[in-house]
Design a protein around this ligand. Structure first.
Ligand code: SF4
Ligand code: SF4
Length: 301
C-alpha cells in the first residue's frame, strides 16, 4: 500500500513517448516554487476550492472534530484539527464540490492495473510509466513494488527524483528503472538548504552513485527559477558536475507559477517571489546555448 495523489494519462513530457504519470505523496524537500504543494506532506489533505463554495455551511455541522467554523465569507478550516480524518464526512455534505481530498491509499497492483490500460500507447510510442511526486523514493517499498510489477507487465519505467533518498533504495531500484529524471536545483549547499530546506550533500552523493551504475539512464532536470537559481555560478557548477560524472542529457524547465492557487486551497501561503515575467523564451534559448557550448545535450520544455 502507498499514498498516491494523482494519476495522469497521455503525458508527453517526463520521459520518452506517451506516458502515464503516477504521483506519490510526500517529499523530504520543501521548495518554495513547488507547483504541486499537495505532494509535500505524506498524509491525505483537505483542499478547499473557494470559487465552488455555495456558503451553505453544511460542512461545519458535519465535522466530528469541529475543524470547520463559520467565517464572514464562508467556512474556515482549522488545519491542525483537520488531520488524519478517517471518514471525511465533510466531503459528502458539500453540494458544490468545494471540498476535495488529495491523496488516497492504493495497492501497487491497483496502480499498475490503471497504468496498464494504456499499454498499447506505450508500445507504439516508446513510452511507459513515470513515477513522480513528491519524491517517489520517500515511499521506497511501495516504489520498488510498483517498479517490479510494471516490469513484469513489460512496461518501460521512469522515476523522477529530487535525489534526496537512501542510497540503498536507489541501488535496489536501479535495475528496474529505464530512465532517471534527476533534479539538480542549486549546487551551493548553503543556498540549497535555504531554498529547499535541506543541503545537497546526499543528493550529489546519490547522483554520483547512479552515474557509476547507469549513466546512460540519467537525464538531469534543472528548474530555472528567476532570482533563486538562475545565475552563472550555479549553471557553471551544473556543467562541472555533469562533465565530471560523464552525464550529457540536461532538460531545463522554466519556472511557472501555475501551482500558486493550490497553496490557498491547502491553507498555505505561496512564499516564492520568483518573477515569472523575467523568464522569457529568449532567456531559455540563451541558457540552452550556454549548456550546449559546454558539451551537454540540452533541451527545454
Ligand atoms: S476532513 Fe475530516 S477533520 Fe477535516 S474538516 Fe473534513 S470532516 Fe473535519
Ligand atoms: S459544504 Fe461545501 S459548499 Fe457548503 S459551505 Fe462547506 S465548503 Fe462551501
Amino acid at each position: 500500500m502507498g499514498t498516491v495523489f494523482d494519476i495522469q494519462h497521455y503525458a508527453v513530457h517526463d520521459g520518452p513517448g506517451i506516458r502515464t504519470l503516477v504521483f506519490l505523496k510526500g517529499c523530504p524537500l520543501s521548495c518554495g516554487w513547488c507547483c504541486n504543494p499537495e505532494s509535500q506532506t505524506f498524509q491525505p489533505q483537505l483542499r478547499y476550492v473557494a470559487f465552488r463554495c455555495q456558503k451553505c455551511l453544511r460542512c461545519v455541522e458535519s465535522c466530528p472534530r469541529h475543524a470547520i467554523t463559520h467565517g464572514d465569507v464562508g467556512p474556515i478550516i482549522e488545519r491542525t484539527s483537520c488531520q488524519d480524518c478517517e471518514s471525511w464526512p465533510c466531503l459528502e455534505q458539500c453540494p458544490g464540490g468545494a471540498l476535495l481530498r488529495t491523496g488516497r491509499s492504493m495497492t501497487a497492483t491497483d496502480v499498475i492495473e490503471e497504468v496498464a490500460k494504456d499499454i498499447d500507447f506505450y508500445r507504439n510510442s516508446g513510452g511507459g510509466v513515470t513515477f513522480s511526486g513528491g519524491e517517489p523514493f520517500a515511499q521506497p517499498a511501495f516504489l520498488l513494488e510498483l517498479l517490479s510489477l510494471a516490469k513484469r507487465r513489460g512496461i518501460s519505467t521512469a522515476v523522477e527524483t529530487c535525489g534526496h533518498a537512501m542510497p540503498q533504495h536507489l541501488q535496489a531500484a536501479e535495475p528496474a528503472v529505464d530512465h532517471f529524471l534527476f533534479d539538480l536545483k542549486v549546487m551551493d549547499p548553503v543556498r540549497h538548504a535555504q531554498l529547499t530546506g535541506r543541503d545537497n550533500e546526499l543528493i550529489l552523493a546519490n547522483l554520483e552513485l547512479l552515474a557509476s551504475l547507469a549513466p546512460h539512464k540519467i537525464t538531469i532536470r534543472h528548474a530555472v527559477i528567476p532570482g533563486c537559481n538562475d545565475d552563472a555560478l550555479n549553471h557553471e557548477a551544473i556543467v562541472n558536475c555533469m562533465n565530471r560524472l560523464g552525464l550529457r542529457s540536461l532538460h531545463l524547465e522554466p519556472y511557472h507559477p501555475l501551482g500558486e492557487g493550490k497553496y490557498a486551497e491547502l491553507g498555505r501561503r505561496y512564499a516564492c517571489d520568483a518573477d515569472a515575467r523575467s523568464l522569457k523564451p529568449e532567456r531559455m534559448q540563451l541558457l540552452k546555448t550556454f549548456f550546449i557550448e559546454r558539451g551537454l545535450d540540452c533541451e527545454f520544455a
